[in-house]
Unconditional design. Structure first.
Length: 163
């Protein structure tokens, strides 16, 4: 392959991606949260547990996400394992922006929003440093992948998700 015809980055089948995240959620629950979360490392991303309010059900919904830190903000991507549909957690955050983020050092109450313009470009470049295939993966989707910023709330912990 030449530079003009880049090799398409390999992704495992969809069932493998979905199974891996399901096992990750199970591991987190089975260990009472002792395993499954990690802070970002140099040149890598961290793992967190995001709990949103379902846009239709009104019930709490939790997912595991990869993230990087940008000052006090947490940044993730609404990529759905690079499948075309938007991930449910992102649709939930758009309907109900307040959420709870489980991090290795404890829970944080956050408000989600999409990065736009120069901010999005800067944060996308940060993710690109972690994943050299980012642009190739993103090109598989019919829509732009949202870069999601989770900003800390000053709200009391029991107020964030109506708890």
């Amino acid at each position: 392959m030449t530079e003009e015809t880049p090799r398409r980055a390999w992704l495992p089948p969809r069932w493998v991606v979905r199974s891996a995240w399901a096992i990750h959620r199970w591991l987190y629950r089975a260990t009472g949260g002792q395993l499954g979360l990690r802070p970002p490392k140099a040149g890598g991303y961290g793992l967190a547990r995001l709990t949103t309010v379902g846009r239709r059900s009104g019930e709490k919904r939790s997912v595991m996400i990869g993230y990087v830190e940008d000052g006090v903000d947490i940044v993730t991507m609404a990529m759905n394992g690079w499948a075309d549909p938007e991930p449910a957690w992102w649709l939930n955050l758009q309907a109900h922006p307040e959420a709870t983020l489980g991090l290795p050092d404890g829970d944080r109450h956050v408000r989600g929003r999409s990065a736009i313009g120069d901010e999005r470009s800067r944060l996308w470049d940060e993710w690109r440093r972690i994943d050299k295939n980012l642009d190739t993966y993103a090109a598989r989707r019919s829509r732009e992948t949202a870069v999601v910023i989770l900003e800390p709330l000053s709200t009391a912990p029991d107020k964030a998700l109506g708890g």
